[in-house]
Design a protein around this ligand. Structure first.
Ligand code: NAP
Length: 263
């Protein structure tokens, strides 16, 4: 079980990212927190410092802006107050038929969920591998296990995150560095509001939803234990298990049917 000295968490201003940062702080890990909302990050940083006595550095950045992303990459390469855990949590997607979306929506989703995650992982790994210690926790989704009609680009980015993470996990076997994909299912956060899917989410039964705290705890435990993939929640473990053994010609139609029921 690895313990981490300092973690950089993206998307730490709310939701799953804030819960992961909080979970790490309770375990005594210092933090570097990244998101666009500087005020929200500062307010949470004050709480974590007061409650857990940890050092918290606030690094506001829009990860879809190449210049701002580069500043975060530079922070990950820094030897002073070095980061030994990167949590790529910031993510976004919009729902609806692909032909009704704008090209900019797809680009933003890919830039945040794929490009930023890949570049940040690339920035931190050489130092971690040289040290023979550290981790990367990439927040994917159960939506990455099969194509998801009406969430086409988002689900494709999460399929990328899971595939990329598992591949690099194997490349680093024996190095002392673990790269882990955390796959949450429906999780109560600001995600559905940001995705413009409040009406659809309101029709999803309550028992299918998880709170952010158990999801965050599963992710931090998973990367600490060197797991390749962590699916949070027993129900999500069953559905992703079924997805893995079902041909996508079947699973994509089942998912489309479920989505049509809720939209
Ligand atoms: N909630 C779910 O049902 C669910 C299910 C599966 C997977 N996930 C994944 O879990 C992760 C966290 O989602 P969440 O549910 O916690 O959503 P959320 O509540 O909407 O939080 C998203 C976080 O990402 C940050 N962010 C968004 N755009 C950004 C940008 N351009 N640059 C930097 N930071 C940005 C947001 O902060 P600012 O707005 O301050 O920038 C916020 O801190 C995502 O990767 C999501 O895909 C969520």
């Amino acid at each position: 079980m690895q313990r981490f000295t300092r973690a950089l968490v993206t998307g730490a201003s709310t939701g799953i990212g804030a819960a992961i940062a909080s979970e790490l702080a309770t375990r005594g890990t210092e933090l570097v927190v990244v998101a666009r909302s500087a005020d929200q990050l500062e307010a949470l940083a004050e709480q974590w410092r007061a409650a857990h006595g940890v050092d918290v550095e606030v690094l506001p950045a829009d990860l879809t802006d190449p210049g701002q992303l580069e500043r975060v990459e530079d922070r990950l390469r820094t030897e002073d107050a070095a980061v030994d855990l990167l949590v790529n949590n910031a993510g976004w997607g919009s729902t609806g038929a692909f032909i009704d979306s704008t090209p900019d929506e797809a680009t933003t989703c890919i830039e945040l969920n794929v490009t930023a995650l890949t570049r940040l992982t690339h920035a931190v790994l050489p130092r971690l591998v040289a040290a023979g210690h550290g981790g990367v926790l990439n927040v994917s989704s159960v939506g990455g296990f099969q194509p998801v009609p009406h969430f086409a680009v988002y689900a494709a980015t999460k399929a990328y995150v899971s595939s990329f993470t598992e591949a690099v996990h194997e490349e680093l076997r024996g190095s002392g560095v673990h790269v882990t994909a955390l796959c949450p299912g429906f999780t109560r956060s600001d995600f559905v509001t940001a995705a413009g899917a409040e009406d659809e989410a309101a029709r999803i039964p309550d028992f299918l939803w998880q709170d952010v705290e158990p999801v965050a705890c599963a992710g931090v435990d998973g990367v600490s234990r060197g797991r390749g993939v962590v699916v949070s929640g027993a129900l999500n473990q069953v559905t992703t298990g079924l997805s893995s053994v079902t041909p996508s010609t079947v699973s994509r139609r089942v998912v489309a049917g479920v989505i049509n029921r809720f939209t």
